[in-house]
Write a protein that binds this ligand. Structure first.
Ligand code: DGL
Length: 276
């Protein structure tokens, strides 16, 4: 039985989970949002890697044989490390979608929004080296945006200001394509479009990740035959107060989930607090 693990520092990965469920409905999913540690983006690569390893162990113990790192920051810090450490597990990670951006930009100017840790990682540099040859890249870390999204606070003037600070200089430089290099940011797409207008492309990598998961399942003979039988179940875990995640889910998805709480202990051991 194929069980798909999905993790992120917080609610960003839920957008990917929702799209996975919509496109690949017959599977069992386990989602882990590390809200006790969010944001990951300003932490060291080593720290993010150790959280990712502990979460991976948790998901493997729950029976996952494929793990989607629904977080650019965790992918930048740990995708290669996790693949080496857990050779029997299939990992799908995320990298900023520079390649499709390069293919569609006319002005040859592309903006990338991602966390500081993502920009520091080797993965980002290798994507830029491989694909961004005759294109100028403008980067911004959108300080504070992940927290605003975690709080479900998209409509405030503070959130608008964070977006303006990131996007207006890019518009002035002639950027015509923006890459969302953080899985939290798709929640703010409509807010971004209010600033960017209709002519600037915004690349949300969610669809590409879902396609990649589907490909990996097929290639490894893990694809469920009864894909249209919508019988898969979804378990959601958070390392913070479940009410916090539910509040955001209600605001963002307009629906509730049954969320279990997990606690980080000594030596990064994870314990489930709710009785299962
Ligand atoms: N959602 C994450 C990403 O894709 C990270 C946000 C954070 O925790 O800083 O990069």
């Amino acid at each position: 039985m194929t069980k798909i693990g999905v993790f992120d520092s917080g609610v960003g990965g839920l957008w990917i989970l929702k799209n996975l469920q919509d496109e690949l409905p017959g599977y069992d999913y386990i989602f882990f949002g590390d809200q006790g540690h969010v944001p990951y983006g300003s932490r060291s690569i080593e720290e993010i890697r150790s959280f990712s390893e502990a979460i991976t162990n948790f998901l493997i113990n729950k029976g996952c044989n494929i793990i989607v790192i629904a977080c650019n920051t965790a992918s930048a810090a740990s995708l290669k490390y996790l693949r080496d450490k857990f050779p029997k597990i299939l990992f799908v990670g995320m990298e900023p979608a520079i390649k499709p951006a390069v293919e569609i930009t006319n002005t040859k100017k592309v903006g990338v929004l991602a966390t500081p840790a993502t920009f520091q990682g080797e993965l980002y540099n290798s994507v830029v080296e491989r694909f961004a040859h005759d294109v100028e890249i403008f980067k911004d870390t959108c300080p504070g945006l992940v927290k605003k999204i975690e709080d479900g606070d998209l409509d405030s003037s503070e959130t608008h200001l964070i977006l303006e600070k990131a996007l207006l200089p890019m518009i002035e430089k002639g950027v015509d394509t923006i890459v969302l290099g953080c899985t939290h940011y798709p929640f703010a797409i409509s807010k971004m479009k209010e600033i960017l207008g209709e002519k600037i492309n915004v690349i949300d990598p969610t669809e590409a990740v879902v396609r990649q998961v589907s490909r990996v399942l097929e290639e490894n003979n893990l694809a469920n035959e009864k894909l249209l039988d919508n019988s898969g179940c979804v378990d959601i875990y958070t390392s913070s107060d479940p009410a916090r995640m539910n509040y955001v889910l209600l605001k963002l998805f307009k629906s509730c989930f049954d969320i279990k709480r997990v606690e980080w202990g000594e030596d990064l051991k994870l314990t489930i607090l709710d009785n299962e």
